[in-house]
Write a protein that binds this ligand. Structure first.
Ligand code: COA
Length: 259
């Protein structure tokens, strides 16, 4: 498909999506959201792609939020319909392969929320993150009030959401909002190296591992441990487990096939 607002590439086993509205700091309008759903749906079907990296075009922004122009004259009924949890980042939310957010600048509002919905967040030293919705007289609507406290704790999340203040990458790292911070000129290589290393693993086992870790934020410990033991046993049904164990014992690199 020809994308209007995204650059979608395959680099080895890594799918890369770049939101490409740099003149609007990659603000997510409806077209961006629809195209993101489409790109994720395509990568979900593509067995050559094991890991996905998402970033923003230009030097300034990852994603500066939802496109505020689309909020004008919208009423509650429309927003309640459009912002249902099953509709927001619909394909990302059900995407089984690992997704890395490569945060190259502002990650604000929906941009911060999008990054939080990814699996690993890598930020450039000059990134700034925040939930500034309160300054518009609204609150986060794409998961910010729920994912932010889970990542950084209630008090800090409360401060960010009530004040609308941004934090820098160093603070985001200390607080656990991002997982790695690197120099701007190293961001691309660092991220792609990480993605490529992960993509060397069995694609089926990556999905099982992601499902298990994601369950940690929704299940109690007892249920989580039970799920883990079932998923752990499931990995013993794959050909890739036989290959991984055999390769270790034969002192060679495994050739995983995703079976
Ligand atoms: N929605 C729509 N357009 C946006 C946008 C958004 N979320 N964020 C930035 N833009 C647009 C600006 O309107 C401007 O467009 P213009 O050149 O046609 O006027 C362009 O992107 C560049 O932004 P600008 O504000 O001039 O850059 P800056 O460097 O002075 O400020 C920010 C950068 C990120 C601080 C500022 O753009 C901002 O506060 N954006 C809104 C962030 C936000 O509230 N996000 C949550 C939305 S729910």
């Amino acid at each position: 498909m020809q994308y209007e607002t995204l650059i979608v590439e395959k680099i080895g086993k890594v799918g890369k999506i770049t939101i490409n509205r740099p003149e609007k700091l990659n603000a997510m309008n409806q077209t961006v959201r629809d195209e993101l759903d489409h790109a994720f749906a395509e990568f979900a079907q593509d067995s050559d792609v094991s890991v996905v990296v998402v970033t923003g075009a230009g030097e300034k922004a990852f994603i500066a939020g939802a496109d505020i122009n689309e909020f004008k004259d919208k009423n509650a009924a429309q927003m309640y319909e459009d912002f249902r949890p099953d509709k927001v980042f619909h394909e990302l939310a059900r995407f089984q392969k690992p997704v890395i957010a490569m945060i190259n600048g502002y990650a604000l509002g929906g941009g911060c929320e999008f990054a939080m919905a990814c699996d690993i967040r890598i930020a450039s030293e000059n990134a700034k993150l925040g939930q500034p919705e309160i300054k518009l007289g609204i609150i986060p609507g794409w998961g910010g009030t729920q994912r932010l406290p889970r990542l950084i704790g209630e008090g800090k999340a409360m401060w960010m959401i009530l004040s609308g203040e941004m934090i820098d990458a160093k603070t985001a790292l200390e607080w656990g909002l991002v997982d790695f911070v690197v120099k701007p000129e190293e961001l691309e290589d660092f991220t792609m190296n990480m993605a490529n290393k992960i993509a060397e693993m069995s694609p089926i086992t990556l999905k099982i591992a992601k499902e298990a870790v994601r369950a940690a934020s929704t299940l109690g410990l007892k249920e989580g441990l039970e799920l883990e033991s079932r998923l752990f046993a499931l990995t013993f049904s794959t050909e890739d487990k036989e290959e991984g164990v055999a390769a270790f014992l034969e002192k060679r690199k495994p050739e995983f096939r995703g079976r």
